[in-house]
Design a protein around this ligand. Structure first.
Ligand SMILES: *[C@@H]1O[C@H](CO)[C@@H](O)[C@H](O)[C@H]1NC(C)=O
Ligand SMILES: [Cu+2]
Length: 143
């Protein structure tokens, strides 16, 4: 019994196995861009958005159609919305979201009524071969 309780204590003390973390910059070099523009996280992984310039959001939207602007709160099941994250020369907010499924998610920025989105400011999460990041960007620009 003592042996079993030792195992139980060891298991309880074991560190939680965390998913991978993906870092995505927002507005690097003052550009209207996420970098990188495509990532392939697994369920349980996290994305840390690092807001470097201006006042952007990272918000899920539709792949095609009314892409811009993304809706407040984010589009779709397990979508997300960081909200607006204003920056200064010295303040660069970071927001981490957890990926809850292995589905594609399409991310852009809500700012200026969709103007940033229509500049092609996009991030494709788990795009399948039939729906590429390049197509999503073209859809945003045309939206
Ligand atoms: C950031 O943008 C939002 C949406 O346009 C605006 O409401 C907010 O005032 C802005 N924040 C700053 C500090 O400019
Ligand atoms: Cu923006």
């Amino acid at each position: 019994m003592r042996f079993i309780s030792l195992i139980a204590a060891a298991l309880a003390a074991a560190p939680v196995v965390l998913g991978a973390n993906f870092r995505v910059t927002v507005g690097e070099d003052n550009l209207f861009a996420f970098k990188p523009e495509e990532i392939h996280p697994a369920t349980g992984d996290t994305i840390t958005f690092q807001f470097l310039t201006r006042n952007h959001s990272a918000t899920t939207t539709m792949f095609s159609g009314a892409v811009c602007p993304p809706p407040p709160g984010g589009f779709g099941e397990n979508g997300f919305d960081t909200g607006f994250q204003p920056t200064t020369d010295v303040i660069h907010p970071e927001v981490t979201v957890t990926i809850k499924d292995s589905e594609p998610h399409w991310v852009s920025c809500m700012q200026a009524g969709g103007a940033h989105c229509r500049r092609g400011m996009i991030l494709a999460i788990n795009p399948p071969p039939s729906m590429t990041a390049e197509e999503f960007k073209a859809n945003a620009i045309a939206s």
